[in-house]
Write a new protein. Structure first.
Length: 423
């Protein structure tokens, strides 16, 4: 009869029914945990599977230093396996096909580049022709406006002379009428023939008065028509100037320096960003001084109506012209700004400036300036609806600004600087 030990030796250790290997020990009941093998990465959308590294396409790609796309295209040709008799001719044919395809692609790219360059050249030529036509039309309009201005001045002078003559004739008629009366006849000693002559003269003068009144009315109508024509010509000149600037002309004034009428937004060229408005206004400014802070702040300003900003910058240049007069203009600069339809603020609060010194301080030629007077271009909800132009008025005699000439200096443009209203 076999012993229990023989049974253990025959069946092996740990094979008895009901026996379970201790946790963590060896044995048949142990579950072996192996790290899963890494899965190959899935190809990206649109990516081409790489050729077999041991295949003919991969070897030729390595020898020819081809990129992944060209290697995949070469593999798509179905080259024979390495060592096959026809692998070399097939590889050369496939390389030739790749070269032809690359040459065709390059030729197509060159053709597109040539077409783009030709199209741009045509666009530039058309823009130049538009500029030339606009300049010719503006010259004709300017000549016509000058003629109309001279005609208006002539009519004004003639109208004034007609008024004076009318007054003179009326006075002469009244004097003669008094002489023709009985009381005047006795005092002057005139006989009936003289009185009859005086009465005839009065009738003639009254007829002249009627003629003069008609002529005066005609001259008034002609002068009003000349003024209306002049305003029409000025409007046409503004539109032509705007078209020329939008077409890229660099020799056209942003506004007519002799046109002192109120500026309109629609008369100015279209600008897409705050920075474009500042750069265009600065290029045509005659009196305003633009600091580096004006451009850096405009570069990140989110205001979405830059054309309105351009209008206020042009109007500010006229305000700067008044400020540049030594000794002042005889009235507050605020009145000059209001006359240019600017929403002017004389200063900011000292608290806001002290608490936010880094925002309100800017420099020009190494001299420190502080933003104070400003123009409220727009006040709305959100950064895209709010815009400010902060300025520094330099009188020219400040000790800490020695060497900085008198003028209006443009500081931050765009965002509303921090104060009690901005939270």
């Amino acid at each position: 009869m076999p012993s229990p030990r023989d049974d253990d030796e025959r069946s092996g250790y740990g094979t008895r029914r009901g026996w379970r290997a201790p946790k963590g020990a060896g044995g048949q009941g142990r579950r072996r945990h192996r790290a899963p093998a890494p899965r190959p990465p899935l190809p990206a959308d649109g990516a081409t599977d790489a050729p077999d590294p041991a295949g003919s396409a991969a070897r030729i790609a390595r020898l020819a230093a081809l990129g992944n796309d060209d290697a995949a295209a070469l593999d798509a040709e179905g080259l024979p396996a390495p060592g096959a008799p026809d692998v070399l001719p097939a590889g050369l044919r496939a390389l030739g096909a790749l070269v032809r395809q690359a040459r065709e692609t390059a030729d197509a790219a060159d053709d597109r580049a040539d077409q783009t360059a030709e199209r741009r050249t045509r666009d530039a030529s058309r823009a130049q022709r538009r500029i030339e036509r606009a300049e010719e039309r503006e010259a004709r309009q300017a000549a016509k406006a000058a003629h109309e201005q001279g005609e208006r001045q002539r009519l004004s002078g003639e109208l004034e002379r007609a008024h004076a003559r009318l007054t003179q004739v009326a006075a002469e008629r009244d004097r003669l009428r008094e002489l023709a009366e009985g009381e005047g006849r006795q005092e002057s000693g005139h006989d009936d023939a003289q009185v009859a002559g005086l009465l005839a003269r009065v009738a003639d003068l009254e007829s002249q008065l009627v003629d003069r009144a008609v002529a005066l009315e005609e001259l008034t109508d002609a002068r009003e028509a000349a003024e209306a024509e002049r305003e029409h010509l000025r409007g046409a000149a503004r539109r032509l100037r705007r078209l020329a600037l939008e077409a890229g002309s660099a020799d056209v004034d942003l506004v007519d320096p002799d046109d002192h009428g109120p500026l309109a937004v629609d008369d100015l060229p279209y600008v897409r960003t705050v920075l474009q408005a500042v750069e265009l206004a600065a290029a045509h400014a005659e009196h305003l001084v633009y600091t580096d802070r004006a451009f850096s702040s405009a570069r990140t300003a989110p205001y979405d109506e830059p054309r309105k900003l351009l209008r206020d910058l042009v109007a500010l240049d006229r305000v700067a012209a008044a400020w540049a007069v030594e000794g002042g203009v005889g009235r507050p600069i605020r009145d000059v700004a209001l006359a240019q339809q600017l929403d002017w603020a004389d200063d900011v609060s000292a608290t806001a400036r002290n608490q936010n010194a880094r925002e309100y301080r800017f420099t020009h030629q190494g001299r420190p300036l502080w933003a104070g007077p400003h123009v409220r271009v727009a006040t709305g909800r959100g950064l895209q609806r709010t815009c400010r132009i902060y300025l520094a008025l330099v009188k020219g005699g400040e000790p800490d600004l020695a060497g900085l000439p008198r003028g209006v200096y443009v500081g931050p443009v765009g965002r509303h600087l921090s104060d009690s209203t901005s939270g």
